[in-house]
Design a protein around this ligand. Structure first.
Ligand code: SF4
Length: 301
């Protein structure tokens, strides 16, 4: 079946010639939006795990070792270490190097994926990341979420579009691939915000995108807003419309890393459809097929 958009798995298979899986790492980082240096409390949608899995209190090395001892390691021969929780470039250069090196303990690891904030990318951090490029495919995930700075403020994100553009150009300078995160259904956002967000993305050089719906999880500010009816999650139909808009309007060469969220089931409050990944993926695929749409077919329109 012909692909309607550039799936990550296919990209990885082409790049590494075989199936390549991610090992999610909690590097015990914090976030400048939590420790007071930029803000306190974090983004209104961010939970206690900081957008990551529940990886208990193990050292980085133990997390990787445990992964390789588990059945998961039998499912592939090549792996990406994914520093996922909180802001994974928010530390001294020495500590960053120590933490990254601690994960790179097995020859089957072929890539490093570092999730971070735009205001936590500096020239020195890019230089450090670039040192790993000889041996590994290195890329950074940067949370934009939306191009609407009023929404950033309302979300307590403490980030600007200028921070984002500066981080992208630094990463471009060191030839480090960038995956941009976009959220659909943020409080107060409309289709116009999605259009503006896509326009911003189309003005920069980036290699991948992660799109996911805004979902409410336990013990977040957004949960309070949801309970007091200040926030209503987007419907699945509207979400599908917006994802189709994004896919058809971004560059056809961008790698699509994700088009659904992956909320932890045990702490998801709403919307309940957010956990039905297969239904969402099939609905998007069917819409693209029925309307004969492809990634990038409306780029610049
Ligand atoms: S920047 Fe990321 S880790 Fe920090 S509070 Fe926001 S979502 Fe959480």
């Amino acid at each position: 079946m012909e692909d309607r958009y550039n799936h990550l798995n296919k990209f990885l298979k082409n790049k590494f010639k075989e199936r390549t899986l991610k090992i999610c790492i909690d590097g015990s980082f914090t976030c400048p939006n939590r420790d007071g240096s930029k803000g306190v409390g974090g983004c209104i949608f961010c939970g206690e795990r900081g957008s990551g899995e529940n990886t208990k209190c193990l050292s980085i090395r133990e997390q990787v070792e445990n992964y390789f001892k588990s059945y998961k390691a039998d499912r592939a021969n090549k792996f990406i270490v994914y520093f996922q929780n909180f802001t994974n470039t928010y530390d001294s250069i020495e500590n960053l190097k120590r933490k990254y090196d601690e994960a790179l303990i097995d020859d089957r690891i072929v890539a490093m994926d570092i999730a971070t904030r735009a205001d936590c990318i500096s020239e020195d951090i890019c230089k450090l990341l670039a040192t790993y490029k000889q041996k590994y495919y290195v890329y950074c995930e940067i949370g934009l979420q939306t191009a609407n700075e009023n929404t950033h403020n309302k979300n307590n994100q403490h980030i600007t579009n200028n921070d984002f553009i500066k981080a992208i150009s630094l990463l471009n300078k060191y030839d480090i691939d960038v995956v941009c995160h976009v959220m659909v259904g943020l409080p107060g956002e409309s289709h116009e915000d999605i259009v503006n967000t896509v326009n911003l993305l189309n003005s920069i050089k980036y290699s991948g995108i992660k799109i996911h719906s805004t979902y409410v999880i336990k013990d977040t500010v957004l949960e309070g807003m949801y309970n007091s009816h200040e926030y209503e999650p987007i419907t699945i139909d509207d979400y599908i419309d917006e994802v189709v808009y994004i896919l058809t309007h971004i560059n056809k060469d961008v790698i699509v890393h994700r088009i659904t969220g992956d909320p932890p089931k045990d702490i998801l409050i709403a919307p309940s459809w957010a956990n039905h990944k297969k239904i969402i993926l099939n609905s998007i695929e069917n819409r693209l097929k029925n309307d004969n749409l492809y990634q990038g077919c409306l780029f610049g329109k």
